[in-house]
Ligand binder design. Sequence first.
Ligand SMILES: *Cc1c(COP(=O)(O)O)cnc(C)c1O
Length: 394
Amino acid sequence: MANATTPIWQQRIASANQQRQQANQWRRRRTLASAQAIEVEQDGRTLLNFCSNDYLGLANQAGEDLAKAALQWGLGSGASHLVCGHSSVHDELEQALAAHTGYPRALLFSTGFMANLGCINALTQRGDLILQDKLNHASLIDGALLSRADFQRYRHLDYDQLQRQLEQRKQEMALVVSDSIFSMDGDLADVARLSQLCQQQNAMLMIDDAHGLGVLGQHGAGVRDHFDLSAAELPLYIGTLGKALGGFGAFAAGDEATMDYLVQFARPYIYTTALPPAVAAAMLANLERMKNDQLRLQLHDSIRYFRQRASELGLNLMASDSPIQPLMVGPETDTLAISAALEADGIWVTAIRPPTVPEGSSRLRITLTAAHQSQHIDRLLVALDRHVPAEQRL
Ligand SMILES: *Cc1c(COP(=O)(O)O)cnc(C)c1O
């Protein structure tokens, strides 16, 4: 227990930790002893994995590409892109990503979190307005909190409210930011409507397609293609390489002037070490693998199959056509209990709790991938049927 001689910072840490534990919101890391896959080893047990964002099963496919590239490029990039860390494989990857997503140019960032912080802050200044969906990813919210611009949120997918906010604004410059597929809910923003609104209201639109790239659109081109928008109609696109692309890193895509501008003004681009070149090379290999439509067919078949069977069991799935299929539970304790029971049956599904999601909306975030076979999904359904209590069913 803290006392008068305990420094204030120690008291703060102890009390925050204690509070989080008491609220059943304590998070802990799980340590894998095997590569990212459908079956993973943990504490000497094999678990069937329904938590990863490796939607196409590509995370463990590029080991050889990475090893080969590492023999040529070594490990470190040596510096930031603007100092001496930018290499020809970075260029190649940027060109391939731009071509694939349908943009004139792409710009690599070291992570999606940094791409979001960097773009929002480079593009806004004091006297501007940033508008965001309430359920946007933490990196987008933090990007706005870091900016000197005014910041308002609109209710999840409430574009009437957004329209009023845009119409009534006093600020000349407005930036509208949204996830495409929402990371904890699995539903999809109406990016066509957002695009139209932004054009009518003279606002810039930025979409974070972390969960859409590789999943939506022709050959996995992402959300712009899914809604059949031109690059000009969705002027700032963010993609990440750590999800369906099964690697690490991120990029922004847009027109030449915007990408040039970000190189000049996006601080998380400028002041960080460039992605290892061997990773960029391995990402090029995974981008080719990602274009295989068979993977997407398999993934979307699995999603349909799971939803159909889950609804027969009366499971309270949230409305989602994406690989993210959350099962709403509510209280933290119940969510943790179901997650633990599933784990005892060898099934791994993470319990997502506040503050990641709003109070009272704890859920099991089930994710499906192209590597899941119907027998895996059947095992999940049997376990859910055993462990989700009747009062949690529809
Ligand atoms: C994962 C995620 C990010 C962060 O990307 P990283 O490359 O993992 O830093 C950003 N936005 C959304 C919506 C995400 O789900």
